[in-house]
Design a protein. Structure first.
Lengths: 308, 421
């Protein structure tokens, strides 16, 4: 009795103490939100702003409205980069099914399987720069093993893969697929660990096997892994820059450029002094990414809603 | 009132002292001197460090701080440090390559140190440092371009150094008939194709036309430029250049000549050191001036100049000017450009050229055999952006000569934008 009374008599607790539960999450969020705003949100708007100017990055900036965008539509180099981005997006997605099949293949208990798994995972561990160099040698028009191999079946790619304006983008994408497939594989390997053995057992009793088992029982259970694999692959395809920079520098004559590399060339490279134009390219790239970002956010939101 | 007069008097005295200090090396300097340099390759780096050491000995009270930055990275970093954290002295390149920084007011006008003797001693490179009648830096080295060739191969097939376009092509045909490519080249980084264009255009149309073209005063789609490309095409159609050159850098193209698969290389003199390392001694390696194409046209030559500048944001400008004067002084020029150091040509007329076959021939060529004029190099004479677009076009032309109409139209369209500024 006395205890309860004394509690009522106690001086009022501070505002923070009263609202602790409601406020604390926001306090924890604050540093993250702050840095996200300063380093991500603000530069996005800054890029929008710069894209409306003609500016060499050094002197005075002239406001020219949407002229940079207007020029983009007439710029064939931009068109090439855009198409190449599309090729990257579509072909890079091959990493998902290939990663899935490798992971299914490796998901068994054999002596030394850990070693095999790590060997398959290896390309993801090494730097993209190394991947680029290895593939450059692989494709070399005089001594590259790829050139020799296709030579055996009587094929010849004029100028070598990286010197041929038609083949070059596919050649670089193939190089990029090597580490990306390894990444998807590891995602599926962890996903396979959480596949419910009872469901598999039940399906087996019902007579499912082979493709049917895979399609109706295993893959639906791998949905979270597929989602993450899709996200990282799309993001990986859109920010493809390092491989292009190391393997071809956008060449021959700009045929392997993608938007991110073109932006770098126009705004920041040795000969690039068109900040406004570069920013306009960046904005277009951002808008493309926005489509995917919106989709990802939407599907995550749906999932959250379903969970509650 | 009294104190104001006193202060301004003190300021005048101080200004007088710094001015004298800048103009006479005899006066010891004090304070700081911050230098950013792009001389990051082993030999240039040693040269830069040596210059700082010797300048430091002349001025024991001066605190010199040298930062050497990777040469390629420097090209993008220079924008940041010139605007944000300017050193007192910075490396860069002559002619149009310095134009964006001069226009933005980031390089200091140093016309005052060019007054008097320096202008006569450095007459050969003064033009490359001048924009609108003012000088914005000093050169420290330059080098010739020319055709470096396998002397032993030329002797083997009984040929001699060509002086006309017909001889050049005849020699080339002999090499090709013997299964040897005439020219090695690596166009992955594009600028090597710019060298070919420079020479073909200067020989076909002359230096003045070339200067007008790079200045945006002539159209790309013109009879003159088309004649240049037609000459180029003759070589391309002969199969004179090595295959797959678009996948090689200039260094990666060297083994073709070292191994005898290609007979010659249109290059800057900096390639000599690499050729010698590759095993080509003076009995196997020689050099000739790019031959005449249109008879009677005064020959122009490429001789890119590397430079020092004072950023406008520098804090110790008097010290910086003294350093610039030290760099171009005759003795220092003789020393840093000799065969053991840079192995290039001194910019000061009173300096001695080191006794090296290629340096002597190059010096003679630039002094006596280039009446047309001295160009810097395509990517230094043309504005940066035009250079990038055009050199890409040159590479495309070398691979697909049939695309010429399209390339020229594209270059003219780009030129409208670029030169409009």
């Amino acid at each position: 009795m006395t205890n309860t009374a004394s509690e009522f008599d106690a001086p009022k607790r501070g505002w923070y103490k009263r609202n602790e539960i409601a406020v604390t999450p926001f306090l924890f969020l604050l540093p993250g939100v702050f840095f996200f705003a300063v380093y991500v949100i603000y530069p996005v708007f800054q890029s929008f702003n710069i894209s409306l100017y003609k500016w060499d990055g050094l002197g005075e900036a002239d406001f020219i409205g949407l002229k940079n965008y207007q020029k983009l539509f007439e710029d064939r180099a931009f068109e090439t980069s855009l198409w190449n981005n599309l090729k990257w997006l579509v072909l890079y997605l091959l990493a998902i099914p290939v990663g899935l099949f490798i992971s299914l293949f490796l998901n068994q208990k054999v002596v030394g399987i850990r070693l095999y798994k790590s060997l398959f995972f290896f390309p993801f561990v090494i730097s993209q720069i190394v991947v680029g160099l290895v593939f450059s040698w692989f494709y070399d028009p005089t001594f590259g093993i790829f050139t020799k191999l296709i030579g055996l079946v009587g094929l010849e790619i004029k100028g070598g893969v990286l010197g041929n304006p038609t083949a070059v983008t596919y050649g670089i994408i193939a190089a990029g697929l090597w580490p990306q497939t390894a990444y998807c594989m590891i995602l599926y390997l962890t996903g396979l660990n959480s596949v419910d053995p009872e469901q598999v057992e039940a399906a087996r009793l019902d007579g499912a096997k082979g493709w049917k088992m895979l399609w109706y029982v295993i893959i639906p259970q791998l949905k979270p892994a597929t989602f993450i694999a899709f996200v990282v692959t799309v993001v990986g395809a859109l920010r493809s820059f390092d491989l292009i920079s190391i393997m071809t520098r956008g060449g021959p004559f700009g045929q392997s450029r993608v938007l991110s590399y073109y932006m770098f060339e126009k705004a920041l490279s040795e000969y690039g002094f068109r900040m406004g134009y570069g920013a306009a390219i960046a904005v277009v790239l951002f808008l493309i990414m926005l489509v995917f970002i919106a989709y990802f956010l939407w599907s995550m939101y749906q999932e959250e809603k379903g969970a509650h | 009132m009294h104190s104001i007069i006193k202060t301004s008097f003190a300021a005048i005295v101080a200004a007088g002292i710094t001015a004298t200090a800048a103009h006479a090396d005899a006066h010891a300097l004090s304070g700081d001197l911050v230098i950013f340099s792009d001389m990051s390759n082993p030999a240039p780096r040693a040269v830069m460090e040596g210059m700082v050491e010797r300048f430091g000995k002349m001025h024991p009270d001066l605190n010199i701080e040298l930062t050497v930055i990777d040469r390629e990275a420097y090209k993008t970093q220079i924008r940041n440090f010139l605007t944000a954290d300017a050193p007192d002295v910075a490396n860069w390149y002559a002619a149009n390559r310095m134009l964006p920084y001069v226009n933005a007011g980031l390089f200091e006008d140093v016309s005052d140190i060019w007054e008097g003797e320096m202008s006569t001693e450095l007459a050969s490179t003064k033009g490359a440092m001048t924009i609108d009648g003012k000088q914005y830096g000093v050169p420290y080295t330059y080098y010739q371009w020319g055709v470096y060739y396998r002397k032993d191969l030329m002797e083997q097939y009984g040929l001699s150094e060509p002086t006309t376009w017909a001889e050049e092509k005849a020699n080339c045909q002999t090499y090709l008939d013997n299964g040897i490519k005439c020219y090695t080249i690596g166009t992955k980084f594009l600028w090597t194709a710019g060298g070919w264009f420079d020479y073909l255009n200067m020989r076909t149309n002359g230096y003045d036309y070339h200067a007008a073209l790079t200045n945006g005063e002539a159209a790309w789609d013109s009879a003159e430029t088309r004649a240049t490309f037609a000459n180029w095409r003759e070589l391309i159609d002969m199969g004179a250049f090595i295959d797959n050159h678009q996948t090689y850098s200039w260094q990666e193209a060297m083994p073709f000549m070292v191994n005898g698969e290609a007979a010659s290389y249109l290059m800057g003199n900096f390639a000599v050191a690499a050729f010698r390392e590759g095993g080509l001694d003076d009995s196997k390696l020689d050099f000739y001036q790019f031959p005449e194409i249109t008879a009677g046209i005064a020959k122009g030559e490429d001789a890119p100049t590397d430079t020092f500048h004072i950023p406008s944001g520098a804090t110790n400008k008097a010290n910086a000017k003294a350093f610039l004067e030290f760099v171009v002084s005759a003795d220092n020029q003789t020393l840093i450009n000799n065969g053991e150091n840079l192995g290039q040509l001194p910019v000061n007329a009173l300096s001695a050229v080191d006794d090296d076959k290629f340096l002597n021939e190059g010096f003679d060529m630039l002094s006596n055999k280039a009446p047309g004029g001295i160009a810097q190099f395509f990517d230094r004479d043309a504005p940066a952006e035009m250079a990038a677009v055009a050199m890409e076009g040159f590479q495309e032309f070398m691979l697909f000569p049939d695309n010429l109409d399209d390339i020229l139209a594209r270059l003219d369209a780009a030129a409208v934008d670029i030169y409009a500024e």
